[in-house]
Write a protein that binds this ligand. Structure first.
Ligand code: NAD
Ligand code: ZN
Length: 358
């Protein structure tokens, strides 16, 4: 079991608890003392596959307190946020209500954003149920939805009071969602460069194996450490965007939901590693290693279509583009990320084409 805390300057604390089976044991008393209204927003697929969890949530929140939100990357937008506001209104959500979000990163990002903005901010708890959510999305209080011209462009920093991580719920995860999660696991291994990197170099575990518990713990721990150093992403938290400049451009260019966020991160990671070789002299062996992991996990290494000019245009709409051009996270070495600006457009497009074309 691991318990971490993220402290913010606003004297708010986010407690992150990770333990196999914890959802069968933990109560909500600490965050919602008796009498506190609780509203649960949950993914219907998760409730369907985990009836015990549904029973547990009903015990916490009371009968009729669970709202089932059917959501995907394509509907991670302000229309869904408005639907949530309406639901909050119908359920008489007050300043002291605690909202519990149960699902993948799309759901926790969207519910977290609704909680950040409704009544100028209400308390929330995240229960991530995907690998990607458990190692990354639910931790650290960045909440957001997409707009047509860019991913996660409408958002806020709003720490959940608690993040309850139970790797046991992952056993029902479809293979494609495991793949999505490893996109972020690989990213964390590369920017951290310590135990996780060495572990993956030793063996690439099969999806669903119990070996994943320690990898989830290590990856979540890397995120907690980085967020604790730079909650509002003015410096080192930007390193978590490794691979994301291209990833967000690809997701926007292809249409939200056409590839998963994690697949896009994996492709973006290959490009970021190649650019790191060109600009910072990173050893090509690093990319070769990552490509071997991607092959083992059956992640796509290339795209069947690519108008690199259009992908670049989509990238410049991304939130990481600043007044002085696109902002890149590159690697000098494993564990040594750097922020890099002013990469020539021609070089970026040529590298994307070289690396991602079939
Ligand atoms: N806020 C952050 O810091 C942050 C960080 C990384 C990613 N993200 C965001 O996370 C999102 C991606 O999240 P995701 O990869 O979790 O995708 P997702 O939320 O779309 O979930 C993927 C699918 O898995 C299903 N699912 C969820 N839990 C399940 C379970 N236990 N068993 C079976 N099926 C289950 C869902 O119904 C969904 O169909 C992106 O929008 C990305 O921008 C946010
Ligand atoms: Zn990501």
């Amino acid at each position: 079991m691991s318990t971490w805390y993220i402290e913010s300057a606003l004297a708010k604390t986010s407690r992150i608890i990770l333990q196999r089976g914890i959802l069968g044991e933990v109560g909500l008393e600490e965050w919602a003392p008796c009498g506190t209204p609780v509203v649960v927003i949950a993914d219907p697929i998760v409730l369907d596959k985990h009836p015990h969890l549904e029973t547990r949530l009903t015990q916490w929140a009371g009968p009729d307190s669970i709202y089932q939100l059917d959501i995907s990357e394509a509907t991670k937008n302000l229309t869904t946020v408005e639907k949530l506001y309406q639901e909050f209104g119908t359920r008489h959500v007050r300043r002291d209500t605690v909202v519990v979000a149960v699902g993948g990163g799309v759901l926790t990002d969207t519910v977290g954003y609704a909680a950040a903005t409704y009544l100028r901010g209400i308390k929330w708890i995240a229960i991530p149920t995907t690998l990607l959510g458990q190692v990354d999305a639910a931790i650290g209080g960045k909440v957001a939805v997409n707009v047509s011209w860019g991913k996660n462009l409408v958002g806020a920093f709003h720490l959940p009071q608690a993040v309850i991580i139970d790797p046991q719920v992952l056993h029902t995860l479809p293979m494609r969602q495991w793949r999505a999660g490893v996109g972020e696991v690989m990213k964390s291994a590369l920017i951290d460069g310590q135990w996780l990197w060495e572990q993956l170099n030793d063996s690439v575990p099969a999806f669903g194996s119990e070996e994943w518990d320690s990898l989830v713990e290590a990856t979540a721990g890397i995120k907690v450490a980085i967020v604790n150093n730079d909650l509002e992403e003015t410096a080192s938290r930007m390193y978590l965007n490794f691979g994301h400049t291209v990833a967000h451009g690809l997701e926007n260019y292809l249409g939200y939901g056409r590839i998963t966020h994690g697949e896009a991160v994996a492709l973006g990671t290959r490009v970021a590693l190649a650019l790191s070789e060109e600009v910072l002299g990173l050893d090509e062996a690093v990319r070769r290693t990552v490509e071997q992991w991607m092959i083992a996990w059956e992640l796509p290494l290339t795209l069947s279509q690519g108008d690199w000019n259009a992908v670049f245009e989509a990238m410049t709409q991304d939130k990481k583009s600043r007044a002085h051009g696109l902002q890149w996270v590159l690697l000098k070495d494993v564990g040594h990320p750097l922020i890099y600006r002013n990469l020539p457009r021609k070089q970026v497009q040529e590298t994307m084409e070289r690396i991602l074309s079939i």
